[in-house]
Design a protein around this ligand. Structure first.
Ligand SMILES: Cc1ncc(COP(=O)(O)O)c(C=O)c1O
Length: 309
C-alpha cells in the first residue's frame, strides 16, 4: 500500500516551466517575478501593500518590528501553533504571553486574551489554526478598546474569508506563509500585508539589511564585475538613466558604507575616507557576464561613449 502523507505540494507543469524561465533569465534573487507576485497578492488583499520575504517567520518578525514591538513588550498569543509564532516575539526581545484556546475552534480564546492584558501588553498574534479564521470582529473590537496592535499569523489561512472578506484585505498587519505544506507554496516564503503605504519604505529596508534600493541599483554579479569610475562632471544617476535609454543596465557597487545613516549614527562622517567616498559616489558597474556576445560589449562601449561625450 502506498504511504499517504498528511499533505503533499501540488506543483503543476506551468509552475515548473515558470521556474525554468526564471533560472534561465539569470535573475534568480528577488526581481520582476516577485514584484508581479506581490502585485497579484495585493489585488487579493483589497489593494493593500504586500511585500514578500523568505519565510512566514520573517514576515511575523518584521510585522512585530513595524508595529514597534521591542524590549519587554508583552505579546499575547496561542500556545497551539507552530513555535515560530512565539519565537519571533523573543527575537524582538518581547515577552510572549500564552492564553488558552477555545476548545471548539482550537483558536485563541478572546475572553482569555482580554483577561491577560496588562499595562505592558502591546500586541496580539492570533493564529488561524488549520485555516479557520479567528473571530475578526471580536479581535479588532478588543484591539481597539485596549489599544493593541495585531499581527495576524495567517500562515495557514491564505485564501480563507471572514464574512465574505478575504483575510489580508482588512485589519492590521497580516502574515502569510508559503512554506511547502501550505495551500499555495513557493517552497519557502512568506508575504506581509501592510495596513498603510507609509510602512512600505521601512518594510523594504528591514528586508534588505537596512538598505533602500532605488530603481537603478541592485544588479548583482560575482567579483567579475566590470566597474568604471565616472568623471565628477557626470552625475551617476543621470549616467544610469541615459544608459538605460540605450537599453543598457548599469549597477552601483557600492556607495561608501560609513555614510549610511546607521554608521553616521555610530560616529562616522564625511571626509574621513576621501577615496572611498569619491569612488562610492561615482562608481558604476557595466554589464559583464559569461553569455555576453562581442556585439553586446560593442553596444555597451558605444552607448557609454555617447552618454559621456
Ligand atoms: C501558524 C504558523 N505560523 C508561522 C509559520 C512560519 O512560517 P514559515 O515556515 O514560512 O517560516 C507557520 C508555518 O510553518 C505556521 O504554520
Amino acid at each position: 500500500m502506498d504511504f499517504l502523507p498528511f499533505t503533499r505540494p501540488d506543483i503543476d507543469e506551468p509552475t515548473i516551466a515558470g521556474v525554468g524561465e526564471v533560472l534561465r533569465s539569470g535573475w534568480i534573487t528577488s526581481g520582476p517575478q516577485v514584484k508581479a507576485f506581490e502585485a497579484a497578492l495585493s489585488k487579493l488583499c483589497g489593494g493593500r501593500p504586500v511585500r514578500c520575504f523568505n519565510s512566514g517567520t520573517a514576515t511575523l518578525e518584521i510585522g512585530l518590528r513595524l508595529a514597534g514591538i521591542g524590549e519587554g513588550d508583552e505579546v499575547i498569543t496561542s500556545p497551539l501553533s507552530w513555535v515560530a509564532t512565539a519565537n519571533v516575539v523573543l527575537e524582538v526581545r518581547g515577552r510572549p504571553v500564552f492564553v488558552d484556546v477555545d476548545p471548539r475552534t482550537r483558536n485563541i480564546d478572546l475572553d482569555a486574551v482580554e483577561k491577560a492584558v496588562t499595562p505592558a501588553t502591546r500586541a496580539i498574534i492570533p493564529v488561524d489554526l488549520a485555516g479557520l479564521p479567528v473571530d475578526r470582529d471580536r479581535l479588532y473590537d478588543l484591539a481597539r478598546r485596549k489599544h493593541l496592535r495585531v499581527i495576524e499569523d495567517a500562515a495557514q489561512s491564505f485564501g480563507a474569508n471572514w464574512h465574505g472578506k478575504p483575510l489580508g484585505s482588512f485589519g492590521d498587519l497580516v502574515s502569510f506563509s508559503f512554506h511547502a505544506n501550505k495551500n499555495i507554496t513557493s517552497a519557502e516564503g512568506g508575504a506581509l500585508v501592510l495596513p498603510d503605504e507609509r510602512l512600505v519604505p521601512l518594510c523594504e529596508a528591514l528586508r534588505l539589511q537596512g538598505v533602500v534600493r532605488s530603481g537603478e541599483d541592485g544588479m548583482e554579479s560575482n567579483w567579475h564585475m566590470f566597474q568604471v569610475v565616472l568623471p565628477e562632471r557626470m552625475e551617476r544617476a543621470k549616467f544610469i538613466a541615459r544608459m538605460r535609454d540605450h537599453g543598457i543596465g548599469v549597477g552601483v557597487h557600492y556607495p561608501a558604507m560609513h555614510l549610511f545613516k546607521l554608521y553616521r549614527r555610530l560616529g562616522w562622517h564625511e571626509g574621513q575616507f576621501p577615496h572611498a567616498e569619491r569612488i562610492g559616489r561615482q562608481i558604476a558597474t557595466l554589464p559583464l557576464f559569461p553569455r555576453m556576445a562581442d556585439s553586446d560589449v560593442d553596444r555597451v562601449c558605444e552607448a557609454a561613449r555617447k552618454v559621456l561625450s
